[in-house]
Design a protein around this ligand. Structure first.
Ligand SMILES: [Zn+2]
Length: 60
């Protein structure tokens, strides 16, 4: 009876660590290098920077 509780706890802990790892690396490394604006550093999620595109209209 206690064994499955420990197993579940380990599973939950592993999932939590994986989610924590994914969210941390996902935001900083996986998306960060391509989704950040080169000029102002705003996170754009792969889209053109709204700040720079609205400020400088002749950016093509
Ligand atoms: Zn920008």
């Amino acid at each position: 009876m206690l064994l499955w509780v420990v197993g579940a706890a380990i599973g939950i802990l592993t999932a939590f660590v994986l989610i924590f790892k994914y969210t941390k690396t996902g935001k900083n490394d996986m998306i960060g290098y391509s989704a950040k604006c080169n000029k102002c550093g705003t996170v754009t999620n792969g889209v053109k920077c709204p700040k720079c595109t609205t400020n400088t209209k002749d950016w093509r």
